[in-house]
Design a protein around this ligand. Structure first.
Ligand code: CA
Ligand code: CA
Ligand code: CA
Ligand code: CA
Length: 346
């Protein structure tokens, strides 16, 4: 997330700093005593929101993703408001059930939905990033979706309008994450959009584990290339993905963070992606049923068991519980051990 001004620290960083500075001796004592650090106060504070995946038994891949959120002061009154991303139904673009929600902070930590805020994008939502892309002093929103992403321009009072087409940033892939970053150092925020895989409902594969229907992993579809948009400074962007070296897909992207990691004065990007495990794709057998996995359908989570096994073996060696210890014979003042054994100093 970004604040309303390019190049400054994000609100997320600010929240952490406040949290650390406000830590009291009582807090430290509570932590030392095993007390929980966090409590779920969402409903108490008025954040009446439940993320829905739209699962209906078909195990559609996007259903295991999504549900991003942002904290940003969208109405400029000095407190952080909450923007929550809804997924809804894969085929439900435009439906009320897919609508994201904006909750305004009353300054006391309680939230309420604002009527007619225009922020309720109805794509199958994945994430959101914030930034003042038009340099007018208020924070704008960019929502990533399965399907067309959405740029929401703030009017300064926390009311938004969809300017995606005007700005030219409506990538229609499976967008998972995005970041506003001034990558060309011309004092406006450019936009880096992270895409996951090339998945459509029409071409979706069915995946099975041990003859049971389950969700596919990222290896069941090709990774999709990201998109980079350069800010033109007039409210529009130009896609420069190819020129920026983003013409090919790195991997199934899930997150991004930008900073000057090497201290050379230019913004760098760290892009997170899901590990491409073994495919869980299987085919119908001759009888019309489903074959057991037979080597192709081993889900990643099962393969993750192997390191645990190796770890256990190492643990036994390290602990020595199955090794016979060599008896120690301390050296005496003459450099010899009792009974004529070779002595050891340790
Ligand atoms: Ca606010
Ligand atoms: Ca703005
Ligand atoms: Ca720029
Ligand atoms: Ca750098």
């Amino acid at each position: 997330m970004r604040d309303a001004h390019p190049g400054r620290a994000t609100p997320v960083v600010g929240v952490w700093l406040i949290a650390l500075a406000g830590c009291t001796e009582q807090d430290e004592a509570a932590v030392a005593g095993g007390a929980v650090w966090f409590e779920d106060e969402a409903a108490l504070k008025g954040l009446d929101f439940e993320h829905r995946s739209g699962f209906d038994g078909r195990y559609l891949f996007p259903e295991i993703m999504g549900g991003g959120a942002a904290l940003a002061d969208v109405d400029g009154d000095g407190d952080l408001d909450a923007y929550l991303v809804q997924s809804g139904r894969v085929e439900g673009r435009g439906e009320e059930g897919n609508a994201n929600r904006l909750f305004l902070n009353d300054g006391m930590g309680f939230f309420a939905a604002a009527p007619d805020d225009g922020a309720g994008d109805r794509g199958y939502g994945m994430g959101v990033t914030t930034g003042d892309y038009d340099n007018d002093g208020d924070v704008d929103l960019y929502v990533t979706n399965l399907g067309r992403n959405t740029l929401l321009r703030n009017d300064g009072a926390g009311r938004f309008s969809d300017v995606t087409a005007l700005a030219g940033v409506g990538d229609s892939g499976w967008g998972t994450a995005a970041a506003f970053l001034d990558l060309d150092q011309d004092d406006d925020l450019d936009l880096f959009v992270v895409n996951y895989v090339a998945w459509t409902l029409a071409t979706a594969k069915e995946c099975y584990a041990v003859n049971t229907r389950t969700y596919c992993g990222p290896a069941a579809a090709d990774a999709a290339p990201d998109r980079l948009y350069r800010n033109n400074g007039d409210g529009s962007f130009t896609e420069i993905s190819l020129a920026a070296g983003l013409g090919t897909a790195f991997g199934a992207g899930l997150g991004i963070v930008g900073s000057d990691f090497d201290g050379d004065g230019r913004i760098d990007v760290f892009r997170g992606e899901r590990q491409r495990g073994q495919p869980v794709v299987d085919e119908p057998n001759a009888a019309g049923g489903r074959s057991p996995t037979r080597g192709r359908g081993i889900p990643t989570r099962l393969r993750a068991g192997r390191p645990r096994h190796r770890q256990g073996r190492h643990g036994r060696r390290g602990g020595g519980s199955r090794r016979r210890r060599r008896p120690r014979h301390p050296c005496n003042e003459h450099g010899k051990a009792e009974g004529g054994h070779p002595c050891s100093d340790s």
